[in-house]
Design a protein around this ligand. Sequence first.
Ligand SMILES: Cc1cc2nc3c(=O)[nH]c(=O)nc-3n(C[C@H](O)[C@H](O)[C@H](O)COP(=O)(O)OP(=O)(O)OC[C@H]3O[C@@H](n4cnc5c(N)ncnc54)[C@H](O)[C@@H]3O)c2cc1C
Length: 444
Amino acid sequence: MSRPRTVIVGAGIVGLTTAYFLARAGREVIVLDRDEIGDGASYGNAGLLSIGHYPLTRPGVSWRGFKWMFDRNAPLFIRPRPDADLLSWLWTFHRHCNQSWLDRCMKELCAMGFPTLELFEEIIAVEGIECDYRRDGWLDVVLKKENMASAEAEAKTLVPHGYSHTVISGDELRRRSPCFTDEVAGAVWYRDSAHCSPGDFMMGLGAACARLGVEIRTSCTVAGLERDRFGKAAGIHTSRGETIEGSAVVISAGVWSDALTRDMGLDIPMQGARGYHLQYEGIPQLPFTGCVLHETFVAVTPMHEQLRLAGTLEIQPLGRPWMRNRLAMLPAGAKRYIKGIEQGTQVAEWAGYRPCTSDGMPVIGAVPGTPGLFVGAGHAMMGMTLGPITGKVLSDMVMGAPPPLLLPMADPARYAMNGRSAARYEGSAPANGAPPRETAGLRS
Ligand SMILES: Cc1cc2nc3c(=O)[nH]c(=O)nc-3n(C[C@H](O)[C@H](O)[C@H](O)COP(=O)(O)OP(=O)(O)OC[C@H]3O[C@@H](n4cnc5c(N)ncnc54)[C@H](O)[C@@H]3O)c2cc1C
């Protein structure tokens, strides 16, 4: 008798970690991706495995975003356009930018942090993946002295969740890594986090999946879900009309997930926030660990002997031409902090999309109304970090085993359409008739 097969849509960090844990448990798995492996967000991100990271929905962020809306050089750029989906997304996002919602999000996101790094370390050790993984924290590097207090206050909010940090002066920072300029006032060192070369990790993970018998099929675009006569997931069909059968289906298609799930009873309010990276070799000295530059939001990550600058958030329709002025913001935003970037040779440039939901939380779990259908998407700027724990939770759910963590804030039920046609509004009752979970935080 053949083993029950799981069909996974998307070979990013969520799809491949889900495939990996299923295959390790002896399940038959096929992963489908419309692109070649190596291009997506999971391969080109900043590689900061920054556990305890805030979601995008933070008090004040929406107001700052609205202010920046017309500035093509602001860290967050939203191309203004009369688009009902965007306007609804912005309104819901704005309503979630409050302290009580943030507190609820952080409880769940922080609980995912340490387990996800344990899973990274397990996969890397068991599969022998060379990805320059280093568990040496990350630095919030502050240029202006007057910003040190707020940077430290932010770190202190993580202490009740079991996270530790150290404040270091500019002089101490320069003693450890002479590449920091004299202008830098200091840094907050988040001690528990890690960083890696994400592309190397992903290629190693893909190879490990293949060794475990996972079939990874590229250039294969999934167009929709196949159901059996009871309405249960029975596989998918591709854009070429082929049907690929499976007793469970996992949608982990990053920023494109909502386009697929809308016909499956789930209306995820999703926007793609594009970011870029530039990679350099030959920079005389590298920082001793990964950094985020406090005032410019540029991520700076040493990877092997190279340095990656990554960042900027750009919300506009998917697939628009690159905004090269925003690419140029990366070295411009880093040079006051790090010496010698202009001496390096640029070896790569890249752009990718962060999948952002309007409430700032990912969508992880079973899709109500369709047994056998699961989704893992919407991790925004935390997807590399939270990928392994998401994959573990999803693989356990697929196998009917109790997951290592309960993630009620990430429950897909909050976006269940219950037979309605897709409509992007909040406050609809989920399948079980309980009060809608995400609006409870907004009222308080
Ligand atoms: C500039 C930048 C820096 C970042 N830095 C960090 C960081 O430091 N730390 C961190 O934790 N996160 C970071 N992120 C976020 C992180 O990269 C993403 O959250 C994460 O990679 C999302 O993973 P995913 O598996 O959900 O989606 P993806 O990696 O986007 O994978 C989805 C896959 O689905 C495929 N697909 C889509 N539609 C279909 C279809 N119809 N049929 C078949 N296949 C399909 C796509 O081709 C793609 O390969 C960053 C992102 C960017 C852009």
